[in-house]
Design a protein around this ligand. Structure first.
Ligand code: PGA
Length: 253
């Protein structure tokens, strides 16, 4: 049975493969399972490949504690005429357990609004998936001292309106694909703000940090008391790097 962190929440270490990886790279999933061993029982490890590889990734993860998730889903629940869209129900059908929603790349490159992200989160919950709702301020927001307000608004407007388990990933846009992370104090301040916005009724929601997490800075990120895990991009593509991040979590020890 899965254990929980000292705050009662089970750490989640999620890999976002973005538009990288081919069938051959799914071997990283078995390599990851081997590298983390029984730590996979204490923390939750998740790999999110692109949609065409989800079913094969689920097969690759069979017999391991690694969960597989998606990177987006349609906001429309029922099967319908939506060329190019993939429904949450289809993702669940092929074995996905989580879906990343409202990543800053989708917000900036596909014009996704908070309202749309919330609808997608509702569709995910209805299909039995756990949505990972991404939020985060730009550098300009932070430079003008608006970061807490901007992220609080994103959280309020992007979370599902329906009841159900979800995860928040705080990913400052200026740290994604960069080689920097905020200070531990900045991460702690933002996570406390998000926790305050969610309120005590939402106490169970896990809040991840994302943006340039790597094996070198993972200890620092996890030293922030409000951090329930990480959403990892580049460093999740290679099992050795992702395993080093997972093993840096205090619950791994
Ligand atoms: P990164 O990406 O770890 O490569 O910065 C994180 C993310 O975009 O989720």
């Amino acid at each position: 049975m899965a254990q929980s962190g000292s705050n009662g929440r089970r750490p989640l270490l999620a890999g976002n493969w973005k538009m990288f990886g081919r069938g051959a790279d799914l071997a990283e999933i078995q390599a990851l399972a081997k590298a983390i061993g029984d730590v996979g029982e204490r923390v939750e490890a998740l790999v999110c490949p692109t949609a065409p590889y989800i079913e094969a990734a689920v097969r690759a993860a069979k017999g391991t504690p690694i969960a597989i998730g998606a990177q987006d889903c349609s906001a429309v629940g029922p099967d319908s005429a939506r060329t190019g869209e993939v429904s949450a129900a289809m993702l669940a059908d092929v074995g996905a357990r989580y879906v990343i929603l409202g990543h800053s790349e989708r917000r900036s490159q596909h014009g996704e609004s908070d309202g749309l992200v919330s609808k997608k989160a509702d569709a995910a919950l209805a299909a039995g998936l756990i949505p990972i709702v991404c939020v985060g301020e730009t550098r300009a927001d932070r430079d003008s001292g608006k970061e807490l307000e901007v992220v609080a608004t994103q959280v309020r407007q992007s979370i599902p309106s329906a009841a159900g388990e979800y995860v928040i990933a705080y990913e400052p846009v200026w740290c994604i694909g960069a080689d920097r992370i905020p200070t531990v104090a900045e991460i702690t301040e933002m996570h406390a703000k998000i926790r305050q916005v969610l309120g005590t009724a939402r106490e169970a929601a896990r809040i991840l940090y994302g943006g340039s997490v790597n094996p070198k800075n993972a200890h620092e990120v996890f030293s922030s008391p409000g951090v329930d895990g990480a959403l990892v991009g580049r460093a999740s593509l290679k099992a050795a790097d992702f395993a080093a991040i997972i093993l840096a979590h205090p619950m791994a020890g």
